[in-house]
Design a protein around this ligand. Structure first.
Ligand code: IMP
Ligand code: MG
Length: 181
């Protein structure tokens, strides 16, 4: 296979300026939603894809909060879900009695969100809500609630702003369609 036929980022689907504006809007909504909470919100970054979104969202929020990480795997190196979700590392403090906001880069089949909701509920979280930057509703295989979404996007594989293909392209500032897959 020649280098030129490898998948590579193509057209920009969501500009970095649009991401910035939407993150600010979501933060305002979330600030208002959790304003009366009795304890700091636990912002749970789903590694690795949500690194950028969590970092920007956390800085845009003004409510008291803690940031923690959880690592799950569902994709391997391809663009197709394996159908199972594995917990790779749970780096969060106890979620028992906590208000947890799961920060996802993208909801695709819905399996990751489904898995995380069950996992956090089983540990006795007081509330579990989900904010996802991107949502590919056309690909949903499992019905899941996503309380807040940044952008609904069509069914194409995307990279950038935390999202990868085989480990690459997370550092792009915008969200691009991946060409050549
Ligand atoms: P789900 O469990 O099928 O909903 O997939 C969720 C996870 O798959 C996301 O958190 C991403 O890490 C990954 N994923 C799904 N679609 C894409 C994509 O278009 N680009 C990069 N990663 C994706
Ligand atoms: Mg992810």
């Amino acid at each position: 296979m020649s280098i030129s036929s490898l998948p590579a980022p193509g057209a920009v689907l969501v500009e970095s300026s649009s991401i910035r504006e939407r993150v600010a809007e979501l933060a305002a909504v979330l600030d208002a939603h959790y304003a009366a909470a009795q304890q700091p919100l636990l912002l749970l970054c789903v590694l690795n894809g949500s690194l950028m979104f969590t970092a920007d969202l956390a800085r845009a929020l003004t409510i008291p909060l803690e940031v923690a990480c959880i690592a799950v795997r569902s994709y391997g190196d391809s663009t197709h879900s394996s159908g199972t979700v594995e917990l790779v590392a749970d780096l969060a403090p106890s979620v028992t009695g906590r208000d947890v906001l799961v920060v996802e880069d993208i909801v695709d089949s819905g399996r990751t969100v489904h898995f995380l909701r069950a996992h956090l509920a089983a540990q006795g979280a007081a509330s579990v809500r989900v904010v996802a930057l991107l949502d590919k509703t056309a690909r949903r295989a499992v019905a899941v609630d996503v309380e807040w979404t940044g952008f609904d996007i069509p069914d194409s594989f995307v990279v950038g702003y935390g999202l990868d293909y085989d480990g690459r392209w997370r550092n792009l500032a915008a969200v691009h369609v991946l060409d050549g897959v």
